[in-house]
Design a protein around this ligand. Structure first.
Ligand code: ADP
Length: 499
């Protein structure tokens, strides 16, 4: 339930918002049009800040700066270890400003401060440091050829990267693209989501302080169909790395196809299965289902929103789930007791509530939640549906909110079939003590990651990214570098020709 008695901001001092302009070529500038967009506080719907609304002209200026920094600047020409050193300095600065970054993130996206401080800032730092360490470990191969030729490959930075990111983990998403792009030696234009522009601008300021040369990181805040689309269709952008909805992913591929065939990497939606077998540790399974669905108020592409529970444990699982949800607190993200803050904005709030209504009219049963809560802002009760059929809309479409579908199954074969019966293929969770079942599930589920006896277990050293309509290309791990590197073969005869 929402706790409204804690006073303004739960007694927490709000962060000062210092950066609200576009960051182009190392300077904060107004949009060419002079327009601004409003970033709102999801707790109230009130305006937090007016931020420059970048458009096509601004994207053009940002790409020009990135192009210049790539073609003539030192970043792509520095050794990997030098780049790594600057990135470590950047990480130091982010760590030094961890509290401010966490507060900005909580304010802009409605996430519990205790979580942003640990998870969002922590993962951002891991990412930067992982790729700082990767920067001097990018190397090619020597080639053994069938003719009297010798050759090797170079892995060169591909050029200017367009990085379009969503609002659910603004800082983590920023670094999931920026860190590998920096390590590879690319220059870039980042477009944060219009709902959450504040952390990216703050991070651009810290990048400059760390000594990342002007023009290497540019940030254009603005809307998707204008600023985002201008990046995707720009003739001088060499790669677009995107995280967001499947619909927009499709638009980005289309824009690439219609313009310069830039490389595209897409991290899109999901409807991931979390499969709990009879022999699972019940407490652990319930905890994984709760966190796997309601962490970050369900605003995560990897939520395990289809929870399949084997029939032998089902009734006890359902009971315990309902009981444990009584301790789950929805409320002001600045209150340390709170587990779940408000949805990011009005549009998302309304969309999630529409799905909940769909679930009810389709005949699913509400076990917990099922309605909005709080006197103001975008709070929704964590909602669990039972009696869900695989073909109901709530079981098929990505809801991106605190809505869990609970379903019963009998056999391993059935679980595999139903888990894979989706257009998506992002993540999956399996909870069992039987190693054979775990292995079989891990190999049979078509997804980018299978978590066994854990969920949401992301790490900078572990490749992340989906299959099917969840997209392609990886974030995190050395694989994340691939999209920012072009492979070039160099070939020469073994015996020098005399002329
Ligand atoms: P969501 O539905 O979760 O808001 P979106 O896919 O709409 O996710 O947004 C993710 C990012 O893509 C945001 O930065 C958004 O501004 C951007 N975006 C939205 N539409 C387009 C578009 N047509 N072209 C490029 N980027 C877009």
């Amino acid at each position: 339930e929402v706790d409204d008695d804690r006073g303004e901001n739960g007694g927490f001092k709000m962060p000062e918002i210092r950066y609200t302009k576009l960051f182009i070529d190392g300077r904060f500038v107004d949009a060419v049009s002079g327009k601004t967009l409003e970033s709102r506080d999801p707790r109230t719907g009130d305006v937090i800040a007016s931020v420059a609304e970048g458009n096509k002209e601004d994207v053009y200026l940002a790409v020009r700066a990135a192009r210049e920094a790539f073609d003539h600047g030192k970043w792509p020409r520095m050794s990997g270890s030098e780049r790594g050193r600057v990135m470590l300095k950047y990480a130091e600065l982010v760590e030094h400003h961890a509290d401010e970054l966490a507060a900005l993130e909580s304010l802009d996206a409605g996430k519990p401060l205790a979580v942003t401080r640990v998870v969002d800032v922590g993962n951002s730092l891991h990412s930067l440091r992982y790729f700082a360490g990767a920067a001097d470990k990018i190397h090619g191969e020597t080639l053994k050829m069938s003719r009297q030729l010798q050759g090797y490959t170079l892995r060169e930075p591909v050029g200017v990267a367009g990085l379009i990111v969503p609002w659910n983990f603004p800082a983590i998403m920023f670094f999931s693209k920026v860190s590998p792009a920096l390590a590879a030696g690319c220059t870039m234009v980042v477009k944060p989501a219009e709902q959450t522009p504040l952390s990216a601008l703050f991070l651009a300021h810290l990048a400059k302080q760390a000594g990342i040369p002007d023009g290497v990181i540019n940030v254009v805040t603005g809307f998707g169909p204008t600023a985002g689309a201008a990046i995707a269709s720009h003739m001088d952008v060499d790669v677009v790395a995107f995280t967001g909805s499947t619909e927009v992913g499709r638009l980005i591929m289309e824009a690439s196809a219609r313009s310069n065939l830039k490389t595209v990497a897409l991290e899109l939606g999901g409807k991931s299965p979390l499969i709990i077998f009879d022999d699972a540790d019940l407490d652990k399974a319930v905890e994984l289902a709760i966190n796997g669905n309601f962490f970050n108020k369900g605003e995560a592409c990897i939520t395990g929103s289809r929870v399949f529970v084997q029939e032998g444990i089902y009734d006890r699982f359902e009971q315990k789930l309902a009981d444990n949800m009584k301790n789950w607190v929805v409320g002001d993200p600045f209150d340390p007791r709170v587990n779940q803050g408000p949805q990011v904005d009005k549009a998302q709030y309304e969309k999630v509530l529409r799905y909940i209504e769909h679930g009810k009219t389709e005949g699913a049963t509400v076990l917990t939640g099922g309605k909005p809560c709080g006197k103001k802002g975008y709070y929704i009760e964590p909602t669990i549906f039972t009696n869900v059929k695989d073909d109901m809309i709530i079981a098929k479409e990505e809801i991106f909110g605190p809505v869990m579908c609970l379903m019963k199954f009998k056999t391993v074969e059935e679980a595999i079939g139903r888990a894979n019966d989706t257009r998506y293929g992002l993540a999956a969770g399996v909870v069992t003590r039987d190693i054979d079942v775990a292995n079989r599930m891990a190999r049979s589920i078509r997804a980018g990651v299978v978590w066994v006896n854990c969920y949401f277990a992301l790490d900078s050293s572990c490749p992340f990214g989906g299959r099917k309509m969840s997209g392609f290309g990886k974030d995190d791990s050395m694989h994340a570098l691939d999209k920012f590197l072009a492979v070039k073969a160099v070939v020469t005869p073994v015996h020098c020709s005399p002329w």
